[in-house]
Design a binder for this molecule. Sequence first.
Ligand SMILES: [Fe+2]
Length: 208
Amino acid sequence: MKHHLPQLDFASDALQPFLSSETLAFHHGKHHKAYVAKLNAAVEGKDLGQLSLTELVKKAQGGVFNNAAQHYNHSFYWRCIEPGGASSPEGALKAAIDKDFGSLEKLRESFSQAAATHFGSGWCWLVKNAKGRLEVVTHADAGCPVTEGATPLLTCDVWEHAYYIDYRNVRPDYIKAFWKGVNWDFVASCLAKPDGIEATILGTPTKD
Ligand SMILES: [Fe+2]
């Protein structure tokens, strides 16, 4: 199967001032696109080319894993943010956050601290871990929680390419702004229907 860069659910200027059009043009249009192209080149004509993206992330190693996981992680990230301001956790998601963190504010503090202090490139995640508890974890480079049997619920890309155009070296300001656009409806859908995550994040392919 050929892998495709997913379309964004919003216009390139719709996330301003959180993220500029220039950031999206580079981050989605060049970085993410390059991971997809390298993944296709690496798996074409091979047994790995038969696997779904999630299966690839779980089974591949080395360069194939890096490009597959970066395709997965970025596709996930684009669904985590939305223009027009954040929605609110409700229902089962709110109950799980309150149970495992005490409150949404406590989750935000824990997540922001982890994202800000993660050394080097990587990803900060809210996951439902293999024991069924919500947890904040970070992964270096292309790391992805599905390799640990966890269900990803929310992510923030802390590679410099995610924020350097708009925030330069001030990663905490990028993380602070991130919360203003979190799509909690997507987070809730991941908790409720983990089997539907891949189809949701891959959405509609771009026309390239
Ligand atoms: Fe990125």
